[in-house]
Write a protein that binds this ligand. Structure first.
Ligand code: G6P
Length: 363
């Protein structure tokens, strides 16, 4: 296994760096920007014509991808909810024969997610698994599968699989909406070329990131906050989860607008706030971030160059300017790098954090 790291000290950084390739692989043959079409041959014609609502079930990082997918579905006009798979048996929303349940699981073996998938199958839902592992239990047990083709991920903290899950769910959301309406959604025209540009844009983030300097500047802080709105919200949650998993420092993710409803009480000059700007309702997010900054918190803006947030931000993690549907995923790469470098400064065992396993096969 060690040999597979090549020139890298850790699999995590190698896997972060692999994202341009893993995403290109995921998209290969599945989009057709020239003709303005999704080409998801993974599903037969009209597979989702009868779908009136979607439930996405997942755990951990995959839950954040599922939340991303649910918001993309809602924005595409399809009723959708993301649910923690381990909570599903206690209180699943009712299922009818127009309900699609999507299990999102990198490994395809997470016990909590398999339980939820089995319950959905037993209750008569149409089911899809979005996974990285061909032949996994979740892939075998769902009606349909969508493989994310990320390649093996060794680091316990998921990185490239999250990006590929979120992108494939974005595409699937558009496909479901298209099947449902019988015509392609209007926003496909700008989304498809933006998807095709993503591998190169991630490459640019990787080549120019200031994440190591930002991690160093805020080392030793009391707590790290991550905020975002809309599709930036699951990215904020994922940014915080990654940070706590590998640095062992306290980190929390919040919806930007929720800061003022409680978490603001924790804000001090020792709580840097990483704000994710996606290009959707950014003025509101900036307003929320500035409320924390007024209380002394350093503001790290994750946004394109020339963004209004840079007038007040204390630090900048730059992302290329893209569609709001995808900007959060570029921001996520910056946040992955911040976590990595923060953990490295602390000398943590980055690929194998204490108490965590790559795949949890018990309830
Ligand atoms: C474990 C891992 C997490 C992962 C979660 C779900 O807890 O440590 O990184 O997100 O399982 O895994 P899955 O394979 O279902 O995506």
């Amino acid at each position: 296994e060690e040999a597979g790291k090549g020139e890298y000290d850790h699999f995590m950084l190698k896997e972060i760096d692999e994202q341009p390739t893993s995403l290109a692989q995921a998209l290969e043959g599945r989009i057709d920007p020239e003709n303005g079409r999704i080409a998801l041959a993974d599903f037969g014609p009209g597979t989702f014509t009868d779908v009136s609502s979607v439930q996405l079930v997942a755990c951990g990082t995959s839950y954040h991808a599922a939340l991303y997918g649910s918001l993309a579905l809602n924005q595409a006009g399809i009723r959708a909810t993301a649910l923690l798979a381990n909570e599903y048996s206690a209180a699943a929303p009712p299922i009818d024969d127009e309900t699609l349940v999507i299990a999102v699981t990198q490994s395809g073996e997470t016990a909590d997610t398999l339980n939820a998938l089995r319950q959905a199958n037993a209750d008569g839902a149409e089911t899809v698994t979005v996974t990285n592992v061909v032949g996994s239990t979740a892939a075998r047990e769902a009606d349909e599968t969508l493989f994310i083709r990320a390649g093996p991920e060794i680091g316990v903290a998921a990185t490239k699989t999250f990006s590929s899950q979120a992108v494939m769910l974005t595409l699937l959301a558009q496909r479901i909406a298209a099947d449902r309406r019988g015509e392609p959604p209007a926003d496909l025209e700008s989304l498809l070329p933006a998807l095709a540009r993503m591998p190169a844009e991630i490459e640019r983030v990787l080549e120019t990131s200031d994440a190591a300097a930002v991690a160093n500047r805020y080392r030793g802080s009391q707590s790290y906050f991550f905020i975002g709105r809309g599709l930036g919200y699951p990215v904020a949650l994922e940014g915080a989860l990654k940070f706590k998993e590998i640095t062992y420092e306290h980190a929390e993710g919040f919806a930007s607008g929720e800061l003022k409803h409680g978490p603001l009480a924790l804000v001090t000059p020792e709580t840097p706030v990483f704000a994710v700007f996606t290009g959707q309702e950014d003025a509101k997010t900036l307003n929320n971030a500035e409320e924390a900054q007024t209380r002394g918190a350093p503001l790290v803006a994750v946004c394109p160059d020339g963004h209004p947030a840079l007038e007040t931000a204390d630090a900048h993690l730059e992302i290329p300017d893209t569609e709001p549907a995808l900007a959060g995923l570029l921001a996520n790469v910056q946040l992955q790098l911040v976590s990595y470098y923060a953990a490295d400064l602390l000398g943590r065992p980055i690929d194998k954090p204490r108490n965590l396993a790559k795949s949890v096969t018990v309830e």
